[in-house]
Design a protein around this ligand. Structure first.
Ligand code: TRP
Length: 475
């Protein structure tokens, strides 16, 4: 086995203050074992602790039925593993009712690594599948407020600009996407919702949810109101209109890494009190650092990650040099005993980035039976990562300042939701999003709608009859 440098392992596990696993927006670390080495994150435990729902096979089945799309490989492989109210979003999609996608990024450095692209790749897939508006929040204020004394506003704003280009390179559709920076967008309807959120979050709650204390600056304590307020459609009148009786009832689906859940757990509580639609969530797990399960990619440790700016040569040498291997010491031993794919970084990365399920299963089997050697597995991983990073770099090259402007402009978005839905979306009426849900033309009504209409008709008839007989009485 290629043992990682102990110093690197210690550095990557350094944000672990305790020996227990800890996952929150500011710190992600696996349990530190007796040997001082971090263990892999136990995601089932998080589902239990956070009170989320595990994504089950039946959920994948329903997803495919409702959307007509094969679930993303992240979903098929349990990389996207947990949710809150995903079923309600699927129900809405089925009925053709509006919702939007919301995700974000804290711009804390210029170098995005492959771990950062996971939630965005997944979000891009969801945008294609649902054809709904997507809002991407750049929390430059968060990264300033939570950063060290040396971090300046100028720096985080410049990270926003470069990070937005990287995010756009995931392939989002500019007609359906709005990207904003907190520093630039704060005000108007968005700020009104921030104020509503903050009025319903006590210091006690912020402390309990995020672990703040007397020495935490007050910006940190307030920030949850900002990240939360983006979950509300009423924060974006240029997309959803300004009738709050309609917009406050349009929910969002938030694809995010599981560490962001505390923000939205709190937001869901506040939403209930504001009588706003609660955000739904779909959670992803983390991509381990090159040093193996239990370590975390760090934007400031070159050898911990593959960066999106790495050349094909960089990728090759990093995987060969640093990728933790589950193989045996000698070829003979490996042929005899086989390797351990579950801890092998090259295999873990293929699990994230290789599309073909059968090919992946074959690789795992051959590795575990010793047919496939570590060097061969690494070569497969290198080839896949090189292709993935190259495709990203090609798209990144085409992103100009004008592209950025277009994505960040407060413009109307064009989207159609579910083309097979049976409810009218664009003729005003039901949703009130006149013309804004795109070109959906509707021939059929759902059973529920017909039922509702029949009921309304019956009530109206009853009322008319009553009034008629009343009129008769007074005659
Ligand atoms: N706080 C997140 C970060 O530090 C950024 C963020 C804001 C976000 N809103 C989000 C991430 C919604 C996921 C979903 O990166």
């Amino acid at each position: 086995m290629t043992e990682p440098e102990p110093s690197t392992v210690a550095a990557l596990a350094a944000d672990a203050p305790s020996t227990k696993q800890s996952v929150d927006p500011y710190n992600v670390s696996g349990e530190i074992g007796a040997d001082g080495i971090a263990k892999a994150i136990d995601y089932s435990k998080l589902v239990e602790e956070f009170g989320t729902k595990k994504i089950l096979d039946e959920d994948l089945k329903r997803f495919e039925e409702v959307t007509g799309h094969k679930p993303h490989r992240f979903m098929r492989r349990g990389i996207v593993f947990s949710h809150r109210d995903l079923n309600l979003i699927l129900d809405r999609h089925e009925r053709g009712e509006p919702f939007f996608l919301y995700t974000g990024r804290g711009p804390s450095s210029d170098s995005m690594h492959i771990g950062h692209t996971i939630p965005f790749d997944f979000t891009k897939y969801l945008q294609d599948v649902f054809d709904v508006p997507l809002i991407i929040m750049m929390t430059d204020d968060e990264k300033y407020i939570f950063g060290g004394p040396e971090r300046t506003i100028e720096a985080v704003q410049s990270y926003t600009r470069t990070n937005v280009k990287d995010i756009i390179s995931a392939g989002f559709d500019p007609k359906k996407t709005f990207i904003f920076s907190d520093f630039d967008f704060m005000g108007g309807a968005f700020y009104r919702n921030v104020a509503r959120m903050s009025k319903h979050i006590t210091l006690n709650v912020a402390r309990a949810v995020f672990g703040f204390n007397e020495s935490s600056n007050i910006g940190k304590i307030h920030f949850g109101a900002i990240q939360g307020a983006t979950s509300f459609a009423s924060s974006f009148p240029h997309i959803f209109g300004d009738d709050e009786s309609i917009t406050t009832q349009i929910p969002c689906l938030i694809p995010c890494a599981i560490d962001q859940d505390p923000y939205f757990r709190m937001t869901r509580d506040v939403a209930a009190r504001l009588h706003f639609a609660k955000p739904a969530l779909i959670h992803s797990s983390f991509l381990d650092a090159l040093q193996g399960p239990g370590t975390k990619m760090s934007a400031s440790i070159e050898s911990s990650a593959i960066f999106m700016k790495d050349s094909a040569k960089d990728i090759k040498s990093k995987i060969n040099k640093y990728a933790f291997s589950g193989g045996q010491m000698t070829v003979e031993e490996h042929r005899e005993k086989g390797g351990n794919a579950d801890v092998d970084v090259s295999y873990l990365y293929l699990r994230f980035f290789m599309e073909d399920d059968e090919e992946l299963a074959r690789i795992k089997k051959e590795y575990e039976t010793g047919k496939l050697l570590t060097g061969e597995l690494k070569a497969l991983c290198i080839q896949h990562l090189q292709e993935y990073v190259k495709a990203f770099q090609d798209r990144r090259e085409r992103v100009t300042d004008e592209t950025v402007q277009d994505f960040m402009a407060q413009k109307r978005l064009v989207f159609s939701g579910n083309p097979n839905a049976k409810v009218a979306l664009n003729e005003g009426g039901e949703t009130g999003l006149e013309g804004k849900m795109g070109e959906v033309k509707v021939e059929e009504k759902t059973k529920n709608q017909l039922k509702k209409e029949a009921k309304e008709k019956a009530i109206a008839e009853k009322k008319a009859a009553k009034e008629a007989s009343k009129a008769k009485e007074t005659e």
